[in-house]
Ligand binder design. Structure first.
Ligand SMILES: Nc1ncnc2c1ncn2[C@@H]1O[C@H](COP(=O)(O)OP(=O)(O)OP(=O)(O)O)[C@@H](O)[C@H]1O
Length: 826
């Protein structure tokens, strides 16, 4: 929050601040330009640097905005891309022509982005205020024994080297830190050179000859600088004052602190050692190592190793004892001369490597080293893109390596952030994928506090890259480091002898401790063999004895590890088998159920289909000539009625005919022939009517009989159809029966498979028991070792043929025969 011009109230609750990049819609004004805010941020005190007591620290991410150079000022570029809103927030507004603006116009992303930082330092902030506002408190913590890592991140030409090193007149963070440290230890310096940092965080006790060697190396290094200076001055044709004072004049006369030096009342002493190396094209080079004069001779790269505690260190890296800031500056100068720099399109002298300057401070009480603390300042190479910098050939390869290691750094930071946001998750952090992250790993994992300085320049031409850097930093800001609150005194460094063996108070070599202390890389390798050949015979024998012991111990460790791995693998296999068996039986049951269901459904479908079919057929056949049953019965009744009437008519006809005969006979005797003829005509007429009725009735009867016959025929056909339907139903039932039988067969197959599985279960459990017996025979060591992965790989890829496998079989035999006789490893 800006109180008034020139004053800033530091946000009391940094955690509450927005820590991610916020995308805003265009509309924020360009008002309140940089100069207003930059003057404000310059006086921010180190109050915000207070570490939390909980041991959790949000990664400090500072932003430094470089001022425009004269050329940039006079160019026509948009100079309003970066707007400092407050001491913690900054707006980035995409300039015309930038890819970001083009994308936002297409509706992808926004044109304005807002970022927050632990603290923002504008272009007018000078080096002294920047130091005060950023790492000064961390340097104080370092003097109290806390490790620290400070690294700068940004595109090329953004001011990273300027921030870390500065210039002779305007020194940067490193010279200021050195100066502060020397002021703090003034009068308490350990004036001997016999205690030297060793491996990652231990101390080596040097013998007189080693001390001599150290001194001569240092003198040679300084002589080299003098020589080079002489050569340069001859080439320049200027005269140079070669006295020590002239060299130490490189030190920072401009630095002045109100630092009261403690009076030397205690027996505490401090010894300071510095190293300077670079990571160039994924290879580590010692910048304090003279560059080979022969043109075709290459600099030798150093190896990154891990000590017994898993911390990475650069093997054979030179550490030089420095007594004052002048000497430290000369070391920095020598290293800078050897550093890989080149002229790129964007920067006249662009650092093409990541350079790391490390200061190790030993706190010594009497002859006891109480603690060792480490401060590293890392100047990362620029994160530019190749097309912007017009890089080709070697430059392109450099850019590729730079971008790759920065990409991995980004991945590590993102994974750390992810793990912080969800404590339950423990995502893999790819520290081992680049040398840079390997060396940063221990700090990020709690060995010390890290702090990131983001450098940007405001040029519109590099806006897209700058935005990328800002997004990276937004992620970094969310990383929370968990640092043990215990002071480092509790972790007093291990003191080792001249040949790297740990020393105990009475001077006796502790072989056991040594064995567990040395890393795999410290075991016999080609270089060791080469070194051995120049030792006297007695020493050689000792070395051989020592190596034999180490080898034995290593073999035992490998054996135990292999047994453990095999046991783990056995358990895992068993688990997998059980799981797959369970899965299979579940699948079988489900399959059975689904088959049964399908069969039932098909059966029902067939049944329905048959019914439908029969019904349809019957319907089709009777549809046209359908006669209702009631009608049929009515017709039958009518026929019966007609038949009855016909019989009656016939009877009546007969009786009439008889009467006619009688009457005729009577008439022939009694009546006149005329009346008789009339009567006969009338009777004949009656007879004719009756006969007609009879014929009609007979025709009707015939018709009805035909109808009955056709209906009987239809019924016959219907019963035939039903018969056919019944037969097809029987066929389908037989089919269903067949399917049921095959299902029963499958059930038997499942049972057989289950029996097989049970047999395999017993086999696995017998194997597990065997393994358990084996592991009982060999007490396990759960300490994880480097090379475990190699062992696993070996045992997984060639468990029978691999050397580890052979070792196991041999060792198992040897162990089983010897366990009863002796226990050599206890
Ligand atoms: N805060 C600043 N004040 C004045 N000048 C600065 C500032 N920061 C950087 N410069 C100048 O800008 C130029 C580029 O800076 P520098 O070489 O430090 O960039 P860099 O980020 O280290 O680049 P590279 O990654 O290519 O090495 C130098 O001339 C430097 O003096």
């Amino acid at each position: 929050m800006i109180k008034d011009e020139g004053t800033v109230l530091v946000h009391s609750d940094l955690d509450a601040m927005e820590s991610t990049c916020n995308e805003l819609h265009v509309g924020s004004s360009h008002k309140g330009g940089l100069s207003d805010i930059s003057t404000i941020s310059s006086i921010v005190s180190a109050q915000s640097e207070t570490a939390s007591n909980s041991g959790q620290h949000q990664l400090k991410v500072y932003l430094r905005v470089r001022p425009f150079s004269k050329e940039e000022m006079s160019s026509n570029e948009d100079q309003r891309c970066v707007v400092l809103e407050s001491a913690q927030t900054v707006l980035l507004q995409a300039p015309r022509g930038s890819a970001t603006l083009k994308s936002s116009e297409k509706g992808i992303g926004q044109a304005v982005h807002k970022f927050s930082f632990s603290q923002i330092f504008g272009p007018k902030v000078d080096q002294a205020n920047f130091f005060e506002g950023t790492i000064k408190s961390q340097v104080h913590d370092y003097l109290e024994g806390k490790n620290a890592l400070i690294f700068t991140y940004g595109v090329t030409n953004a001011g990273k080297t300027h921030t870390i090193q500065g210039s002779h007149k305007d020194p940067g963070l490193l010279p200021r830190a050195l100066d502060l440290i020397f002021k703090h230890i003034k009068g308490k310096q350990y004036d001997q050179v016999n205690l030297k940092p060793y491996l990652s965080s231990d101390v080596q006790f040097l013998g007189p000859d080693q001390v001599k060697l150290e001194k001569s190396e240092k003198a040679a290094l300084f002589a080299l600088l003098k020589e080079e200076d002489d050569q340069h001055s001859k080439a320049d044709g200027s005269s140079v004052n070669t006295s020590t004072s002239s060299v130490s004049s490189v030190s920072f006369s401009s630095i002045s602190y109100d630092q009261t030096v403690d009076s030397d009342t205690t027996s505490e002493k401090f010894s300071m050692w510095v190293s300077f190396y670079e990571i160039y094209n994924e290879a580590v080079y010692d910048l304090l190592q003279p560059i080979p004069s022969a043109k075709n001779k290459k600099r030798s790269a150093l190896r990154v190793c891990e000590d017994g505690t898993g911390n990475s260190y650069v093997r054979d890296l030179k550490y030089i004892n420095v007594q004052n800031s002048g000497e430290a500056c000369r070391i920095l100068k020598i290293g800078n001369k050897h550093r890989s720099a080149a002229s790129t399109k964007l920067n006249q002298s662009s650092s093409r490597s990541h350079s790391i300057f490390t200061i190790k401070l030993l706190k010594i009480d009497g002859s006891q080293v109480q603690r060792i603390s480490e401060l590293s300042l890392c100047d990362l190479a620029g994160s530019e893109r190749c097309n912007k910098t017009k890089t080709f050939g070697e430059r392109l390869k450099e850019a590729g390596n730079i971008n790759n290691s920065l990409l991995i750094l980004g991945k590590c930071i993102a994974a750390l952030r992810h793990n912080c946001s969800d404590r339950m998750k423990n995502n893999y952090i790819p520290f081992r994928e680049s040398k840079l992250t390997r060396l940063f790993q221990s700090v990020f994992c709690g060995k010390g506090r890290a702090c990131m300085i983001v450098n940007i320049n405001q040029c519109a031409s590099i806006y897209d890259e700058t935005l990328h850097v800002m997004k990276f930093s937004a992620v970094a800001k969310q990383v929370v480091q968990i640092i043990p609150t215990k002071p480092l005194e509790h972790l007093a460094p291990r003191l080792v002898g001249r040949d790297g063996k740990p020393l105990v108070k009475d001077g006796v070599i502790d072989g056991e401790a040594l064995e567990s202390y040395l890393s795999e890389e410290e075991l016999l390798d080609e270089e060791d063999e080469a070194e051995m050949s120049i030792l006297p015979q007695e020493d050689l024998l000792n070395v051989i004895e020592n190596l034999k012991e180490k080898l034995l111990a290593e073999r035992r460790r490998n054996l135990v590890q292999e047994i453990e791995i095999r046991k783990e693998m056995g358990d895992a296999m068993l688990q997998q088998l059980m799981e797959s068996e369970e899965l299979r039986s579940r699948q079988m049951a489900e399959l059975k159920e689904s088959y049964e269901e399908k069969l039932e459904n098909t059966f029902e479908l067939y049944k329905d289909a048959l019914k439908d079919h029969a019904y349809q057929c019957a319907l089709e056949r009777i549809e046209d000539k359908y006669v209702h049953v009631d009608e049929f019965f009515a017709e039958q009744q009518k026929t019966e009625e007609f038949k009855r009437k016909l019989v009656e008519a016939e009877n009546r006809l007969q009786s009439s005919a008889q009467r006619v005969v009688v009457v005729t006979m009577e008439s022939a005797t009694q009546c006149s022939p005329e009346s008789l003829a009339q009567e006969m005509a009338a009777d004949l007429k009656k007879y004719q009517i009756l006969n007609e009725a009879k014929c009609a009735a007979e025709n009707l009867c015939k018709k009805k009989e035909e109808m009955i016959k056709s209906l009987e025929k239809k019924i016959g056909e219907l019963s035939e159809t039903l018969q056919e339907a019944g037969e097809s139903f029987m066929e389908k039932s037989a089919e269903i029966e067949g399917l049921r039988k095959s299902l029963a067969g499958q059930g038997l197959e499942i049972n057989r498979l289950q029996r097989d599985l049970a047999e395999k279960d017993t086999l696995v459990s017998s194997l597990t028991e065997e393994l358990a017996k084996l592991s009982k025979g060999h007490p396990s060591q759960s300490r994880p070792r480097r090379g475990l992965l190699a062992n696993i790989r070996e045992s997984v890829t060639s468990p029978r043929k691999g050397p580890l496998g052979r070792t196991l079989r041999k060792s198992v035999k040897a162990t089983s025969s010897s366990t009863t006789k002796k226990t050599p490893f206890h």
